[in-house]
Design a binder for this molecule. Structure first.
Ligand SMILES: NC(=O)c1ccc[n+]([C@@H]2O[C@H](COP(=O)([O-])OP(=O)(O)OC[C@H]3O[C@@H](n4cnc5c(N)ncnc54)[C@H](OP(=O)(O)O)[C@@H]3O)[C@@H](O)[C@H]2O)c1
Length: 256
């Protein structure tokens, strides 16, 4: 039996992953953006061990999420699942002055990775859209370019793969992998999304807890329980370090 923390588990794939893990007999700690969403999810998943609360678009609240998690003890796996989609019509500046997509999809997983006591496995939710993205690390915050929501989302999902691979390099004792769940009809995916909803949450669960040798790897990318090539930019060690440095500059927290 494993103990797993899942960000963004009040809805969609995070919620589905939580329910599947609990069905399989694992212990799960949920995460919701605020007390109202926490109450919603506690009704949906009454067998969860606990629910931590915090809006990941806020650096202050993201720190608090990490503190709440650490107070609960250590985890076998952390799934960085929370995300904002590709339909942000504008930068939607956060209280820290960052585009919301960057804050939630890139900076929050970085901060939580750095602040939560190291688990045995880390899983990062990317997207098929990351394959076509360029890094543009000189304009992470979209101050030099005209805003494009889909591109900002695709870049943030490329960041998630870089982060997974950078952690795999730095922390050999931790299994750190990324995946794309397929385009599926969650709140984010929208009703017309064509991929298989029944497969979409399984890869994150498998990477978090399975003893299947195929899941006991690190620095790899997956789709539907199968290895898949990631965007080659994600394997570039210099770019990985550049992303970590940029995240550190934004939040003041170094990745140990
Ligand atoms: N669905 C797809 O087709 C698809 C495709 C590729 C990749 N993905 C990735 O899969 C992951 C899960 O997506 P999904 O489809 O399950 O999306 P979803 O149904 O919209 O759920 C997203 C989850 O993240 C939470 N969240 C969003 N912003 C937050 C914030 N600022 N603070 C705290 N929590 C926040 C949401 O909370 P609320 O419930 O309060 O909104 C919800 O629990 C994402 O990383 C996404 O990029 C999804």
């Amino acid at each position: 039996m494993a103990r797993v923390f899942i960000t963004g588990s009040s809805d969609g794939l995070g919620l589905m992953a939580a329910q599947l893990l609990i069905e399989q007999g694992h212990k799960v700690v949920l995460h919701a953006r605020n007390e109202v969403r926490a109450a919603d999810v506690n009704k949906l998943v009454p067998r969860a061990e606990a629910t931590v609360v915090g809006d990941l678009s806020s650096m202050l609240q993201t720190r608090s999420v990490a503190e709440q998690v650490n107070r609960l003890g250590t985890f076998d796996a952390v799934i960085h699942n929370a995300g904002v989609g590709y339909r942000e019509p504008r930068r939607n500046d956060t209280e820290d002055g960052l585009p919301r997509v960057l804050a939630v999809n890139t900076l929050a997983p970085y901060m939580l990775t750095a602040l939560i006591e190291k688990p045995r496995r880390l899983v990062y939710l990317s997207s098929g859209m990351h394959h076509g993205a360029h890094l543009n690390l000189d304009d992470l915050t979209w101050t030099k370019r005209r805003w494009q929501g889909a591109q900002a989302y695709a870049e943030s999902k490329l960041h998630d793969v870089l982060l997974a691979f950078a952690v795999a390099q730095r922390w050999p004792e931790v299994l750190s992998n990324a995946l794309e769940p397929g385009w599926v009809p969650t709140k984010m995916g929208g009703s017309g999304a064509p991929d298989d909803m029944d497969q979409a949450h399984r890869t994150q669960v498998w990477l978090a807890v399975s003893e299947d040798p195929a899941a006991l790897v690190t620095g790899k990318y997956f789709y539907h329980l199968q290895r898949r090539a990631a965007n080659p930019a994600a394997g570039d060690l210099k770019q990985q370090e550049a992303l970590l440095k940029a995240c550190q500059a934004m939040c003041g927290i170094a990745l140990p």
